[in-house]
Design a protein around this ligand. Structure first.
Ligand SMILES: Nc1nc2c(ncn2[C@@H]2O[C@H](COP(=O)(O)OP(=O)(O)OP(=O)(O)O)[C@@H](O)[C@H]2O)c(=O)[nH]1
Ligand SMILES: [Zn+2]
Length: 298
């Protein structure tokens, strides 16, 4: 039976790109609903043909991961968009995004925008910070509006991967997507403000082939809470801490008040920047303060 990937979903129909390159419109089987599975864009599926133009999805293969916003599965990478100015670059927000993205098993790539309007001070601040993040293994790219070389800058990152864009409002996600996928024409800041609330009309999600990879055509992923993260897990999402944790005196060290903590030593010497550690402590507090969750009754 043919296999393929759901690239688009609109009003009950799924558009499956088969392994042989053909795209087929498919219905989902009712049986999925009974099992609580709803096929997602990004899913690898098995289909059966029913006549020339119709087909049904008979099986959804196991997912590597799935996101709620945007609703897609099997995402490899998030392009984490941060502007150097307007809004100002924030290390706190960067660490927050990194933790959330690492926690769902997606590789982050940091993308700095608006270098064309950044002043010397803002640029230096962001660049100094980026030296550190590169040092702990993160990829960093810089872009600006109207950058004609954008596709080739991003090509090595997009190739062979499924990518979503993430970042706070106004950083330039739609602008980036429009430059990468010119036929999209997503509304950017100025226009959407004029239209007021109307901009949040629901639209379908699609995975579009760009530079040898797939990019979700929607700037999603803005939920930044730690609801799904446990206290003992948080440290694993700080790569720089995780890599020295084996030198802590206590095996289960949370790098807080424990004696002989290798992480705190590295913060003292400056090998781990203090903003990272401060953010870790603050996120830990948020998780600790979280109200206990009770199972829902419905
Ligand atoms: N100067 C400059 N302006 C930019 C750049 N990128 C985006 N902008 C502007 O910043 C504003 C916001 O850009 P958007 O692309 O709408 O930002 P967004 O991240 O999609 O914002 P939301 O839709 O609110 O999530 C727009 O006015 C863009 O024209 C850039 O690199 N340089
Ligand atoms: Zn420790």
């Amino acid at each position: 039976m043919p296999e393929g990937q759901i690239r688009k979903a609109i009003s009950g129909f799924y558009y499956v790109k088969k392994d042989d390159g053909e795209t087929v419109q498919c219905k989902g089987r009712g049986v999925f609903r009974n099992r609580g599975i709803s096929p997602l864009v990004g899913d690898f599926v098995t289909i059966v043909r029913e006549g020339d133009n119709d087909a049904t999805i008979t099986e959804v293969h196991e997912r590597n991961n799935e996101l709620v916003r945007p609703p897609i599965s099997n995402v490899d990478q998030a392009l984490l968009v941060f502007s150097i100015v307007e809004p100002d670059f924030s290390l706190h927000l960067l660490d927050r995004f990194l933790v959330v993205i690492e926690s769902v098993g997606i590789q982050p790539v940091i993308c700095l925008t608006k270098k064309d309007i950044a002043d010397e001070k803002g640029l230096q601040h962001a660049e100094a910070a980026m030296q550190y993040y590169k040092g702990i293994g993160y990829e960093v790219v810089k872009t600006f509006i109207g950058d004609s070389g954008l596709s080739s800058t991003l090509k090595p990152f997009l190739q062979g991967k499924t990518t979503v864009l993430a970042g706070q409002s106004g950083v330039g996600k739609s602008t980036l997507l429009n430059t990468l996928i010119p036929e999209l024409s997503l509304k950017t800041g100025e226009i959407s403000e004029a239209l007021g609330r109307g901009k949040h009309t629901t639209r379908h999600v699609e995975l579009i082939e760009v530079e040898g990879g797939l990019v979700a055509d929607t700037p999603g992923f803005s939920s930044l809470d730690f609801d799904h993260i446990e206290k003992e897990e948080l440290r694993d999402y700080f790569v720089d801490m995780e890599s020295v944790a084996q030198d802590c005196k206590f095996r289960g060290c949370l790098h807080l008040k424990e004696p002989g903590c290798a992480v705190k030593e590295k913060v003292e010497t400056g090998e781990i920047i203090s903003s990272r550690y401060d953010n870790y402590v603050q996120f830990m507090q948020e998780i600790t303060d979280r109200k206990p969750r009770y199972p829902k009754n419905d």
